[in-house]
Ligand binder design. Structure first.
Ligand SMILES: *Cc1c(COP(=O)(O)O)cnc(C)c1O
Length: 452
């Protein structure tokens, strides 16, 4: 006979209409009234709306946590901050002060890293577009050049030959890791032997030193096992290079691509419940690398170029309600002062959006539109929110990655970006644009000048 279940006193829980409960998202929208202890209203009073807010504390916490997770699983770990994810100087500086190198994908980013004082050898130069001048600069600075294609390799061979220089290079390798569509347009292919061909040409050249192997298998990757496969393949190549040439590589660079906790459009469950943890990625990568079975002192350093997963949750966007509307079919719509021009990631994320003040219990499904005069300016197709009055604020979370680099000025000006420092002071880290800032770049041909 089965045991009797323990008696529990029944409880009555008040249910609210219009949203999921018990099996779905939490029933009540908790307001987000402060960021890092600073009241949202205080921020907008001083810096306007919309305004991006970065948290220094959160960035440091993310970086330290990630380092610890990898370092406990593999003995030599180095992070390199992915500039294109967020290259505001203050943000990069926080990462650099946490010992991250710079990972850049253009000459513009390269110059930015140098301007911030990064040593040449601590800059990883990725990407398919490296001009001759950019390559010469990077070679002279002893930066780590990750070659993307044969034409780039030949250009480096020619430059080093002509100018009598030595270059530290690695190659980017692409491969089938069981995730489709494959990212095979960057780097040299593993399966068809192209990568090995590139290695042979580098090893045969006295001016080039092969220092590492690199891969970046995708972004917002949902599979930890894909990283195990990639790490294993690069470890096997490292071993082949050692066996064939008696040459030890300094590092294996696994790129970026770990997801943040932003939920993708079309993803039913919240991201925290479906994306692998950093621990799982670290387990997968270290398992792959240990396929090398080399003595500890010969193990290559593991480089990680994690972007999104280290900064997304350190960014907030405070925005103001401009209007409430009813669409023709009766659905509620909100118009806010931040659109897809500054929140590019709303094309693929269902961001967490919370009212910044206490509101009533009544909730209703709503669409959120930005201020642009364009039909595609949809910040959110559908979200359950309490009623909000004109002038009330919303806080959009997880906007630290890619929004501040992919944003566009379009019909308005980009807003202030501030950083809440560890000591709770607030600093502007990018000033709101002005008419003069935009006009400064324009040139009015003389014949129109009289109209001015
Ligand atoms: C964009 C990029 C990264 C960072 O990717 P995340 O998905 O933001 O982690 C790292 N390495 C390379 C080569 C990249 O192009």
């Amino acid at each position: 006979m089965s045991e009797l279940k323990r008696y529990e006193r029944p409880i009555i829980t008040k249910q609210y209409s219009g949203f999921m409960n018990k099996f779905g998202s939490s029933p009540i929208t908790t307001p987000k009234t402060e960021i890092d202890g600073i009241p949202v209203n205080q921020i907008t009073e001083k810096f306007g709306s919309p305004v991006f807010v970065m948290s220094e504390r959160k960035i440091r916490e993310n970086q330290r946590n990630a380092y610890r997770i990898f370092k406990t699983r593999y003995p030599k770990v180095q992070f390199a901050w992915s500039y294109k994810t967020n290259y505001l100087e203050a943000v990069c500086s926080v990462f650099h002060s946490e010992n991250s190198w710079a990972e850049v994908v253009s000459e513009f980013e390269y110059d930015k890293a140098r301007k911030l004082g990064m040593k040449g050898e601590h800059i990883i130069f990725n990407g398919p577009d490296k001009s001759r001048d950019a390559l010469i600069k990077a070679i002279k600075n002893k930066s780590k050049i990750h070659i993307d294609h044969f034409d780039e390799l030949y250009m480096i061979i020619e430059i080093t030959d002509q100018l009598q220089l030595k270059a530290d290079v690695a190659i980017r390798v692409n491969m089938d890791v069981g995730v489709y569509p494959k990212w095979d347009r960057f780097g040299f292919n593993y399966e068809n032997g192209e990568a090995w061909q590139a290695i042979k040409r580098i090893m045969a050249n006295k001016n080039l030193k092969l220092i590492g192997l690199h891969t970046h298998i995708g972004t917002y990757m949902m599979s930890a096992d894909a990283y195990r496969i990639a790490a294993t393949n690069l470890a096997l190549m490292t071993k082949s290079i050692r066996d064939e040439y008696k040459h030890l590589l300094e590092y294996i660079d696994m790129g970026g691509g770990f997801p943040s906790h932003n939920t993708l459009i079309g993803q039913y469950l919240p991201a925290e419940q479906v994306v692998p943890t950093l621990e799982q990625f670290a387990d997968a990568i270290s398992t792959g690398l240990f396929a090398l079975s080399l003595p500890a002192e010969e193990l290559p350093m593991l480089i990680l170029e994690t972007g999104r997963a280290l900064v997304d949750n350190a960014g907030y966007l405070i925005t103001t309600v401009l209007a409430n509307k009813r669409l023709s079919a009766g659905k509620r719509a909100l118009i806010i002062d931040a659109g897809v021009n500054i929140l590019f990631t709303s094309f693929w994320y269902k961001h967490k959006v919370s009212p910044a003040q206490e509101s009533g219990l009544y909730q209703e499904d709503a669409a959120i539109y930005g201020p642009l005069c364009m039909n595609i300016d949809v910040v959110r197709e559908s979200i359950t929110l309490p009623s909000l009055k004109l002038g009330e604020k919303l806080v959009i979370e997880y906007v630290g990655a890619y929004d501040m680099t992919q944003w566009m000025q379009f019909i308005t000006l980009r807003p202030n970006v501030v950083m809440i420092m560890e000591d709770k002071s607030i600093e502007i880290i990018r000033k709101a644009e002005t008419m003069e800032y935009i006009a400064e770049r324009e040139v009015l041909p003389a014949k129109f000048a009289k109209n001015k």
